[in-house]
Write a protein that binds this ligand. Structure first.
Ligand SMILES: Nc1ncnc2c1ncn2[C@@H]1O[C@H](COP(=O)(O)OP(=O)(O)O)[C@@H](O)[C@H]1O
Ligand SMILES: [Mg+2]
Length: 276
């Protein structure tokens, strides 16, 4: 494979040196139980009379291999929670613990390394680089981390086959359908075998059939690689694919359901939305 667009400076070796010094991002099998937990999370945006309390004391745990959905009315704090889990935003107070690591003790640089090594992100708007082919987009996290592309080529092939895009690996995003682009984005999220996959409305821009394919993929990935998948969605059918659904309202966890069906989820969310 050839990367014509070397704009990401894959040769930047800072990260590699860090690995060489013994930075071990992956948890041991034995401590995989509650892989991610958040305790008493509070998030306040702004200050004074215009301050918004987006999270008001959220405590949750996610196990390795678990596929969890987060639902709630618009503005209930779903994206904020996901961003804090993904270390993209800092909580105002409370803790995020991943494996054995309390994130509040880490520097920005350490957080960046942890994010790159252990997390994969899937967003509603696929955020692919338009000038790169499907396989180059999938490999982007490898390039950014400065790792050798050859070390990941086998996984690239596995993932392209998992997402059903082997035939389209050389296509650019504008030559792919929405569903295919989202599958590229999922393969990109998985390329470095993250422990945690965070997805914000991953089916929000897809028709229901294509969306179902994307959900199957997330499910399959959680099962096959023991990954924790946390997905924000407003679609009860999407949430019904998850092992567990967590309901947020006004910055708080107000309910949880294990393996509920779409009708139950729909009823629950309707009640929450009319209460808000
Ligand atoms: N960067 C921000 N600055 C100010 N307020 C924000 C910011 N991000 C989110 N909020 C507010 O925090 C609350 C929760 O937002 P969000 O987490 O995006 O909710 P959801 O994803 O459930 O729709 C909302 O009231 C929103 O307006
Ligand atoms: Mg949101």
């Amino acid at each position: 494979m050839e990367f014509a667009h070397q704009v990401y400076q894959p040769g930047r070796l800072v990260t590699n040196r860090r690995y060489a010094r013994g930075y071990t991002p992956r948890v041991h099998a034995g401590v995989r139980k509650k892989l991610v937990s958040v305790e008493s999370l509070e998030k306040v945006y702004g200050s004074g009379p215009t301050a918004v309390r987006a999270l008001k004391g959220v405590t949750l745990g996610f196990s390795a291999g678990e596929f969890a959905a987060i639902m709630g009315p618009s503005g209930s704090g779903k994206s904020t929670l996901l961003h804090i889990l993904g270390t993209l935003e800092e909580p105002t107070s409370g803790r995020v613990v991943i494996g054995e690591t309390d994130l509040s003790g880490l520097s920005d640089r350490e957080l960046t390394l942890l994010r790159r090594a252990r997390m994969g992100f899937v967003f509603q708007f696929f955020n692919l680089i338009p000038t790169l082919t499907a396989e180059e987009n999938v490999m982007l996290p490898v390039l950014i981390s400065g790792e050798k592309v050859v070390l990941h080529e086998e996984r690239l092939d596995d993932l392209l086959s998992l997402v059903g895009l082997e035939e389209r690996r050389g296509h650019r995003p504008d030559e792919l359908s929405g569903g295919e682009q989202q599958r590229v984005a999922i393969a990109r999220a998985l390329i470095r075998n993250p422990d945690i996959v965070l997805a914000d409305e991953p089916t929000g821009n897809l028709d229901s059939k294509t969306g179902a394919g994307v959900l199957d993929l997330l499910r399959e990935s959680a099962a096959r690689y023991g990954q924790t998948v946390v997905m924000v969605t407003h679609d009860p059918r999407a949430a019904a694919v998850a092992d567990r659904v967590i309901f947020l309202a006004d910055g708080r966890v107000v309910d949880e359901a294990t393996s509920p069906d779409a009708d139950e989820i729909f009823e629950r969310i309707k009640t929450l939305e009319s209460a808000g």
